[in-house]
Design a protein around this ligand. Structure first.
Ligand code: MF3
Ligand code: CO
Length: 247
């Protein structure tokens, strides 16, 4: 990518990080997914950017909001209410000057069980563990391996049928990146490459199922799942996490 393209993606990433900062205080018991979706949309547009998911393959919303046994691509319905003890994944895309950023966080609503808090923490930590030592010259499999190794060492299950992905002038680009794999395997990473790395982690079995709304993906066994995602840029001496914090 050129410097201009990287600048556009960084700007999209900053706006996305700020969007999470803006909505996070509103994410609590009694609030609806539809309300949070509107807040995120309004904020993104106020920053001179576009919601990256809106209109993507006919999708009508700016966020995906997935509760509990919903893994990803949950629809932010007005009737999807956050209750005490829920875990809620909020996934957002931002498009700025033709380039995308994509990120997700899983939030805790009220008093969440120890087991579910562990699930959410391990999912987030898996992302950061997988970034350790990654730089130009690493292999894509080093990231995949890092995620799998950490998650499984904590007794949890990686979702194998959903992937991390390339990102840039499209929301989803080649390659598809499994969140499991072998160290030293796969594509050679070069400075300027950008990826959306998104571990999805289950408490129970890895199986998934798509609901009749044709978007929402849930665990087959009905047990809970967590999700964490950032857009990253490979550099000569490491990784820039573009969606982590505001400018
Ligand atoms: N972050 C989601 C993913 O990478 C993006 C979903 S886009 C949507 O799969 F439009 F389908 F919501
Ligand atoms: Co993504």
């Amino acid at each position: 990518m050129t410097t201009n393209q990287i600048n556009a993606m960084s700007a999209a990433g900053c706006i996305l990080a700020d969007t999470f900062a803006c909505i996070s205080e509103h994410i609590k018991e009694g609030v609806t997914a539809g309300y949070i979706d509107q807040l995120a949309k309004t904020y993104i547009i106020s920053q001179g950017a576009d919601p990256g998911f809106l209109g993507y393959r006919g999708y009508k919303y700016s966020t995906c909001i997935s509760k509990n046994e919903e893994i990803v691509h949950g629809i932010p319905y007005d009737h999807k209410v956050f209750f005490d003890g829920d875990i809620v994944s909020i996934d957002i895309g931002v498009k700025r000057d033709g380039f995308y950023a994509d990120a997700a966080r899983t939030f805790l609503i009220g008093n969440v069980s120890e087991e579910d808090r562990h699930l959410v923490q391990v999912t987030q930590d898996a992302f950061f563990k997988s970034m350790e030592g990654i730089r130009a010259g690493s292999r894509l499999g080093d990231i995949s391996f890092g995620i799998q190794q950490y998650v499984e060492s904590k007794g949890l299950t990686i979702v194998k049928d959903l992937y991390s992905h390339g990102i840039g002038s499209s929301l989803h680009e080649e390659p598809l990146i499994p969140n499991y794999g072998k160290k030293g395997a796969g594509m050679l990473l070069k400075s300027g490459m950008t990826f959306a790395i998104e571990p999805m982690v289950n408490l129970g079995l890895p199986g998934i199922e798509t609901l009749d709304d044709e978007w929402t993906i849930v665990t087959e066994d009905g047990k809970k799942s967590a999700h964490y995602e950032n857009t990253i840029l490979i550099t000569d001496d490491g990784v820039d996490i573009l969606t982590l914090k505001g400018a």
